[in-house]
Ligand binder design. Structure first.
Ligand SMILES: Cc1ncc(COP(=O)(O)O)c(C=O)c1O
Length: 451
């Protein structure tokens, strides 16, 4: 792209005048206008450098600014930039990508339905699950189970299944026939009435199924590790036991792996990490490392057989199977494979965790948890009561970014990190150091003292 001739000030003025940013009130005047990225580093239009500890929005697996990806996109655009995948039309990059996804996914997965992102993927998965039962003649099965603190995007169905009031209030009425179960969050023992968390959650699942009626429930959807919820890692036995209950009742298991797939947890899919075989897996983000929008919903022979009956699956997006997006995804997956980024995510994830563990000496750090390259630092007023730390203005991530040039994110009272899988040890050290510098000046009331 030609370098902008506008000053940062001019760009910011135009931005403030015309762009509606997600989650940004008019009263916030600050803008950080990113100009360039390379590996784990970003530069804004004033030349200030940042370390990207969030991988954008939890993607950027292969890091920023890779010329070999740009070359593939350019070649595909000059050959066949786009054509539809509706009906009998197809294209080679989409075909090769589908084969690759089937190769790396859990054994029961054999079919791919492309989208442009995670919200579309959730809408597709909900429709697939309901339609699967409908076509089988089980027409009463349309309830979907989800969990509190879940995030399933901002569509109508996925937005309903998302388990935060802020995504519901004022947008109603929501999609009917959705139920939210308790969050698996072992650090928050108070959620489980003193019971073993998995025992409590499985009892609740069984009771909910009995209350609604198994013959009315199409599916349960869950992020294997909750991202927006605060990088919440469930106990190891949670997913296998949930899977067994759902199987018993003929309810489909949908994994929303929009964050966890494509190496983030040190495997291609979190389903492999937890050793379960979901019926539907929703993916996006890391499939292209964010170089271009793309999502893929993966499913089994049994589900696909119903969807493809009669006149087929009556749901299609203009950009289903976009050839340029598919070509970029193939290159991205090739890089993940060639550079051993699954292994690297495990190794560097452990390294970063060891660094973050040192923050536990601070009175406001209650827990640090991780799987692969998904990390959370849970902040509390004191370790005894575990009361969530109030997150006041200025927000901790803003201060860490402004003062230390490191981009982290808050999810409630958790600071979360999901760096590119190519992160170096020196970069991990810098992330930890930046957080320490600001957290050691933060009081249990959430006030950040001046330096
Ligand atoms: C688990 C999960 N599902 C779905 C989505 C929505 O994806 P998108 O923003 O691409 O629509 C996200 C986005 O962060 C997510 O974390």
């Amino acid at each position: 792209m030609a370098t902008s001739k506008k000053s940062t000030q001019e760009l910011a003025d135009i931005d403030r005048a015309h762009i509606i940013h997600p989650y940004l009130p008019k009263s916030t005047t600050e803008r950080v206008i990113m100009a360039r990225g390379q590996d784990c580093a970003l530069w804004d239009t004033d030349g200030k450098e940042y370390l990207d500890a969030t991988g954008g929005l939890w993607l950027a697996q292969i890091g920023h600014g890779r010329d070999e990806v740009a070359a593939v996109a350019a070649e595909q655009i000059s050959t066949l930039e786009y054509f539809t995948s509706f009906w009998e039309f197809s294209n080679e990059p989409a075909i090769r990508l589908a084969a690759k996804l089937v190769e790396i996914s859990p054994e029961n997965i054999n079919h791919v339905y492309f989208t442009s992102g995670g919200s579309e993927g959730n809408e597709a998965a909900i429709k697939m699950a309901r339609f699967y039962h409908h076509r089988k003649g089980d027409t009463g099965r349309n309830w979907i189970l989800a969990r509190e603190r879940a995030y399933h995007g901002v569509g109508y169905g996925g937005g309903t299944l998302t388990g935060f009031d802020v995504y519901h209030d004022g947008f109603g009425p929501n999609m009917p026939n959705a139920a939210h179960l308790t969050t698996p969050w072992p650090y928050r023992q108070e959620l489980y009435n003193g019971q073993d968390p998995t025992d409590f959650l499985i009892n609740e699942l069984e009771e909910t199924i009995a209350r609604i009626g198994a013959d009315k429930i199409a599916a349960m959807v869950g992020e294997p590790i909750m991202g927006v919820g605060g990088m919440l890692v469930p106990p190891d036995d949670y997913w296998p036991r949930v899977e067994a209950v759902l199987r018993k009742h003929g309810i489909l298991l949908i994994f929303d792996e929009v964050v966890t797939a494509y190496g983030r947890v040190g495997e291609w899919f979190a389903a492999q990490h937890f050793n379960v075989q979901p019926d539907i897996i929703i993916t996006a983000k890391g499939i292209t490392s964010g170089y271009i929008p793309l999502g893929a919903v993966l499913t089994t022979d049994a589900v696909a057989a119903e969807l493809e009956k009669d006149f087929g699956f009556p749901m299609g997006f203009t950009y289903n199977g976009h050839p340029t997006a598919a070509a970029v995804a193939l290159k991205n997956l090739e890089i993940i494979e060639e550079e051993g980024l699954l292994e690297k995510a495990k190794k560097m994830g452990q390294y970063l965790h060891e660094g973050l563990r040192t923050l536990l000496d601070l009175p406001i750090v209650g827990e640090v948890r991780f799987v692969g390259m998904m990390h959370a630092v849970e902040l509390v007023t004191d370790k005894e009561s575990r009361t969530p730390l109030p997150m006041l203005q200025p927000m901790l991530p803003d201060v860490i970014r402004r003062e230390e040039g490191v981009i982290v994110r808050d999810c409630g009272h958790n600071l979360v990190l999901s760096p590119p899988l190519i992160m170096t040890e020196a970069e991990a050290d810098r992330m930890v150091e930046a957080m320490r510098k600001v957290l050691e000046r933060t009081t249990p009331d959430g006030v950040i003292h001046e330096q």
